[in-house]
Design a protein around this ligand. Sequence first.
Ligand code: IPD
Length: 266
Amino acid sequence: MTKDFSTALDQIRIISREAASWGRANRPDGRVDVAATKSSPTDVVTELDRGCEQRIREAISQHWPNDGFIGEESAPSPGTSGVVWIVDPIDGTVNFVYGVAGYAISIAAEYQGETVLGYVIDISTGAEYGALRGGGAWRWEGAEKRTLTGPPAVPIEQMLVATGFNYRQELREKQGQAVAKLLPHIRDIRRLGSAALDLVAMAEGRLDAYVEEGLKPWDLAAGELIAREAGLIVTGFDGKANERLTIVSHNSVARDFFDHIVRCGF
Ligand code: IPD
């Protein structure tokens, strides 16, 4: 069964722009206080993450009361419509806490188990990215939409590769070792601090590849669809990007890059 999510995407834009401007207006100068820690002492949440999620959640449930909801900062609810919203209210929380650029709202809709809508807004710049399954990926520029097609093909040794490090110490150690093995064979590494913004940067062609272990559905779902719809290969072990591994690259190097990543020990 098909279902058109383009009107829902327009609505998500309105909801997210309002939440982003609320977040910008309420962010104090300097550092933001940490409200609590989660998976490790460095995995933090602020009252503004919670407030932003609450605003988005309330707006989604007003528009679509029968839909499910999975958010980073609150308990999930399954819904009855077959649609589930997957929300990260501030992806890049550590950047947000320190006042480093690069934090975003990430919202995806899953319908009958497939991601059908992806939307990411960079909270500090207001840049907006979207995709509909089978409908392409774009960045909004005013009222216009610019289609995203990813980076050009380059050999692995010339690739600028983004990655991220998990909050859990044992996984960070493994990630550090894998990156040390990868680094001599590529142009350079970037650690920007928001997986959602890494994925849209891939779609926009500002990075050549991306690899990370440990992503949660709310970090991944929206950006994954946007990268895929921009024509990129998004994969992992068993062919599916997930918490164990997410790799994004141009089709022309996807097989070799995957093998290389596995050899590096990711
Ligand atoms: C984190 C960011 C980061 C990635 C971490 C994520 P959060 O999300 O996306 O880039 O490396 O794995 O947990 O905690 O800022 O929402």
